[in-house]
Write a protein of this length. Structure first.
Length: 308
């Protein structure tokens, strides 16, 4: 049995996976704030799989943790996880002695890429595009993450696609994230709400000019990221995940229309058939937690495989 945890800014999703790759237990807990509270959340989530999901915790052989922030490759150290109030934390050192099993750590988007790849069938190549508060991607080929020379492969959110576009938090103008990141959209919308991006879509449907501009920018940003992933890594498929994708068909119809419109003037772009190479991760998918479980089960986290 392997366990995977997706530690998010508000909630932690935990799954237990048996030897056949089947998820046999799943729980969700509120995530604590700060290094000590995050450590406590990880330990509590593993315990909850036993108490709340009926998992035999004595059968657990590994635990993987997917978490926002920068991960020091080959170690359990995470830094700059600002949404969790964590500046620096060695998760392995903090949790392994209590759990008594192997613990692996991976960036949450890269873990989700591994999980999405496994859920998709575990063959060929995939670009996983996380459309959430920010924009980032993970690239998996033949079950293996591609990190690049310095670990920045997939950071498509900070590619500028319009020098006259909105200011991005990275300091550039017109980044994909500035157009399509949920945080940027909420800031530019400027109206309080539990689900600002959904509010923007609703207001756009009602004809609000600013909402229509923001909604169009979201589609253009996601379409640009898809083109980048296909034109640079030539992945078989791009799978969209992340909180913003809860919009479902409303988002997908906008994105596919944008891809089709941008290909009208280019026979080359039409030949890539981008609209047919994009899929949406099902709502509520445990991709990130599943990917974390795969990372934990691999002794070499640099070579974590996603074949199940």
């Amino acid at each position: 049995m392997k366990v995977g945890l997706d530690v998010g800014g508000t909630k932690t999703d935990a799954v237990a996976v048996d030897d056949s790759g089947t998820i046999v237990g799943r729980v969700r807990l509120a995530t604590g704030w700060g290094a000590d509270a995050v450590t406590a959340t990880v330990l509590a989530a593993v315990r909850a799989l036993g108490t709340d999901a009926g998992v035999d915790v004595s059968a657990i052989r590994s635990v993987g943790v997917g978490i926002p922030g920068q991960i020091d490759p080959g170690t359990g150290r995470v830094s700059h996880a600002v949404n969790l109030g964590v500046e620096e934390l060695d998760i392995v050192a903090a949790t392994a002695p209590h759990l008594g099993v192997t613990v692996g750590v991976e960036n949450d988007v890269k873990a989700a890429a591994l999980g999405a790849y496994a859920l998709h069938g575990g063959s060929g190549s995939m670009g996983y595009l996380n459309v959430g508060t920010g924009i980032a991607a993970g690239i998996v080929t033949d079950g293996r993450l591609w990190r690049g020379a310095r670990g920045t492969a997939g950071e498509v959110g900070h590619i500028s696609v319009d020098p006259n576009g909105p200011l991005c938090r990275c300091g550039q103008f017109g980044c994909i994230e500035a157009f399509a990141g949920g945080g940027s959209i909420a800031e530019r919308w400027g109206k309080a709400g539990a689900l600002p991006v959904r509010d923007v879509f609703d207001a756009a449907d009602a004809g609000d000019p600013l909402a229509r501009e923001l909604r169009g920018g979201l589609a253009r940003g996601v379409a640009a990221a898809i083109r980048v992933l296909v034109l640079t890594a030539d992945v078989d498929v791009v799978v969209l995940g992340g909180g913003v994708t809860a919009l479902g068909d409303r988002l997908m119809s906008d994105v596919t229309a944008e891809l089709a419109a941008s290909a009208e003037a280019s026979a080359f772009m039409r030949s890539l058939r981008l609209e047919d190479r994009v899929e949406l991760l099902p709502a509520g998918s445990p991709a990130a937690a599943l990917g974390a479980a795969l990372v934990g089960a691999s002794r070499d986290t640099e070579g974590a495989l996603a074949h199940g």
